[in-house]
Design a protein around this ligand. Structure first.
Ligand code: SF4
Length: 190
C-alpha cells in the first residue's frame, strides 16, 4: 500500500475508533504503523530468565508464538492505535485491580472495533500480563476466560522502550515500586 493510501485509510477510520477508545477511558493515543513496532529476541529472553511469571500465565511464554511469528503478525497490519497510560501505585493489589479493569476495557474496545467491520481487530492491553482471573490456569487450552484473555506487548516480544520512544512517548526503567509507570497498549486495526 502506498503511503498516501495508508494515510487516507487512517483518516477515514480514525475518528470513529478514537471516539470508541475515549469511551473506554483511553484518552492518550497515537496512530502508528505496526511495522514500526520494535521486536527483539532479548524481550523473550527476559521473560524466560529473570521473570518469576514464566510458565505461570496462560497468556505468557511459553504459551505464546515464537518471536518470528510475533514479528510476522505485526507486519500483517497496516495501522494500529498505540495507547499510553501513566499510572502510579503504592499497593500491588491496587495495581492488580487496575490491570484487570484495563484489560477488560481494552477487550471491550477490540470488540467494538471488530463489530464496526474491522475483523482483524486485536488488542494488547496496557496492564501487563493477563490478570482476569484471581488464579491463572497457566495454559491456553485450559484458560478460564478465553474470550477475554489477551497478551501484553512484552509477551509478543515487543521492545516497548524502543517502540514508545520511536513514537515520542516517555518511558524509562523504574528504580522503585511506587514510581509512575508509563504503560502501553496497542490496538491493531487493519
Ligand atoms: S483469562 Fe484467566 S486463565 Fe486465562 S490467561 Fe487470563 S488469568 Fe489466565
Amino acid at each position: 500500500m502506498l503511503e498516501r493510501e495508508r494515510e487516507a485509510m487512517i483518516r477515514s477510520i480514525s475518528r470513529k475508533i478514537e471516539q470508541m477508545a475515549k469511551e473506554q477511558g483511553f484518552t492518550d493515543f497515537k496512530w502508528m504503523k505496526p511495522r514500526d513496532v520494535v521486536t527483539g529476541n532479548w524481550v523473550r529472553m527476559k521473560c524466560k530468565f529473570g521473570c518469576d511469571g514464566y510458565g505461570k500465565g496462560g497468556c505468557c511464554p511459553p504459551e505464546v508464538p515464537s518471536v518470528a511469528e510475533c514479528r510476522d503478525f505485526f507486519d500483517e497490519y497496516k495501522v494500529g492505535l498505540l495507547f499510553h497510560c501513566a499510572v502510579k501505585f503504592a499497593d500491588p493489589e491496587l495495581r492488580r485491580r487496575w490491570s484487570r479493569a484495563t484489560e477488560k476495557k481494552a477487550v471491550a474496545l477490540e470488540r467494538q472495533v471488530f463489530l464496526a467491520d474491522y475483523p482483524k481487530a486485536f488488542v494488547f492491553p496496557p496492564g501487563g500480563p493477563c490478570r482476569i482471573c484471581a488464579s491463572c490456569s497457566a495454559s491456553r487450552r485450559e484458560c478460564k476466560n478465553p474470550y477475554a484473555a489477551r497478551p501484553s506487548l512484552e509477551v509478543f516480544a515487543v521492545d516497548v522502550y524502543a517502540t514508545a520512544r520511536r513514537m515520542h512517548y516517555p518511558i524509562h526503567v523504574l528504580k522503585r515500586y511506587g514510581e509512575e509507570m508509563n504503560r502501553f497498549g496497542l490496538l491493531l486495526v487493519e
